[in-house]
Write a new protein. Sequence first.
Length: 604
Amino acid sequence: MSSPVAGSLVLYKIRPAKVVEVSDKITIELEGGKTKRVRTKDIVLLHPGPLASLKDLTPQTGEIEESWELLEESTTEIQEFTELLFDAYTPVTAWAAWEVVADGLYFAGEPQAITPRPASEVQAERERREAKEAAETAWTAFVDRVNRGELVEEDRKPLGEVEALALGTRNNSRILKALGFQETPVNAHRLLVKTGYWSENENPYPRRFGINPETPEYEIPMLPDESRLDLTHLPAYAIDDEGNQDPDDAVSLDGERIWVHVADVAALVPPDSVMDLDARNRGSNLYIPEQVISMLPPGLTHRLGLGLEDESPALSIGFSLSDAGEIDDIEIQPTRLKVTRISYQDADQSLLEAPFTELQRKAQIYRKRRAAAGAAFINLPEVKIRVEDAGVRVTPLPPLASREMVMDLMLMAGEAVGRYCIDKDIPVPFATQAPPDEPSTPEGMAAMFAYRRKFKPSQIKTQPEPHSGLGLAFYIRATSPLRRYSDLLTHQQLRAHLRGEDPLDIHAVSERIGLAEVGSAAIRKSERLSNSHWRLVFLRDNPDWQGEAVVVAREGERATVMIPELGMDTKVRVKSAPALNETIRLKPREIDLPDLACYFSVLG
């Protein structure tokens, strides 16, 4: 074939080009009108021209299959091939002929050597293309059904990729991309609800944070045959919220001596047992409005929960409290008890009766000491959220004096265990918290809200350090071993010491803390976001809800408010400039459940 001249049709890469000028290099015009200087070897001549315009290269109809049959195993070149297909060799037909080769169904090769493909390959390629076309048709129909939210049963399987994105186990989705949505967990959640793949109330957060959804089930061993201090003569009270299912602490008063009794979980869950390993991975119980997932088998709670049987085994912490609120004369013993279970509300009604009057007096002494040490008493509204057959119920928790009393008694026990472990050189997990940059004594909801945000997160360490929020020089969480792994670890260390055995060394304790904290962090996030989710479900299902909100922060036309009835804070747009702690009324205007967003309107 001759060399290209001005007006020739050439192949540049895989697209047509027109030769404009031939000199030391060749100037070609590309589709779209741009020009480019190239070398002779960069192009392949398809037709010597003249070609008036690349726009003339329109599709042509030729005898493709007949030409394929005629050529059989012969090799040809572009001019002969073009004439065979179209009975004419022009720039337009030359390009159309080359497109047949480039298509690759019947022919293969280069302009200088074009060969027909074997019949077996043609058949296989045809079947592949038909299958691809069928798949694309099915995909288009599927995407259309998803977009309309009208699924058929076979659509559920491919939507698994959207669910995986919604749960954070993958970061992309072909389906969301095809629909033009940003590939985010929020958009995935929204689409799953729209299609009915998820119910409109689906709570994705436990799964998104990798929470083990299975209740642990293991064979519960019998209690070891060991000596226990008999305290069955001493009235013991397990004070909890109404409906609590895992009572793991109780209190007694023996003259002036305080006893805090704790379920003796370590008696049945020794270090590195299967129950211990599972609990370590979980970190703590998961408490969300629709369910509780325990870190330990429910059978263990039934065996060890205080007050669930006529007699309860316990690990009891006895101590005295001085008039200055200092703890001394500490002893820790395996015990057996007779425990009475009562609610905070009932305990509140009994504060003028023994032993609650004296326990409250001692708790107030202890609280005064903590206040002097800089403890932060931040009393912001709290609620209890439950999912029931009738819907979501949000119940404000009243600020009961009995609740404060029990909290201080448990803090006493944690300090007592800390002192005991320091004195006996027992490695245990200490709960610590650095002080805020500007310590203060906040009064009023706005000041408390602001002060809470100044606190640094608490940490678990193997060395005693201050817990500034509690106003304690050291503190150990030791009263919830059924619910929290760090408490169980402390009990395992105490029991080893009491049996005269070597407790785990500090490195083993540190390793266990690290493993448990991973699970605990996921639990805390899941609980926080699950509560937010169900709170918004409550508002969505109660569209006429209106309530009071307290202004706790301001910034221009926006205010941060606390809604006591819902136990939530949010930002709202305000026309006037309300004062801090001023009360305004709100109603929900728009709720976006997947995005955990609720927009309120200010009334009046």
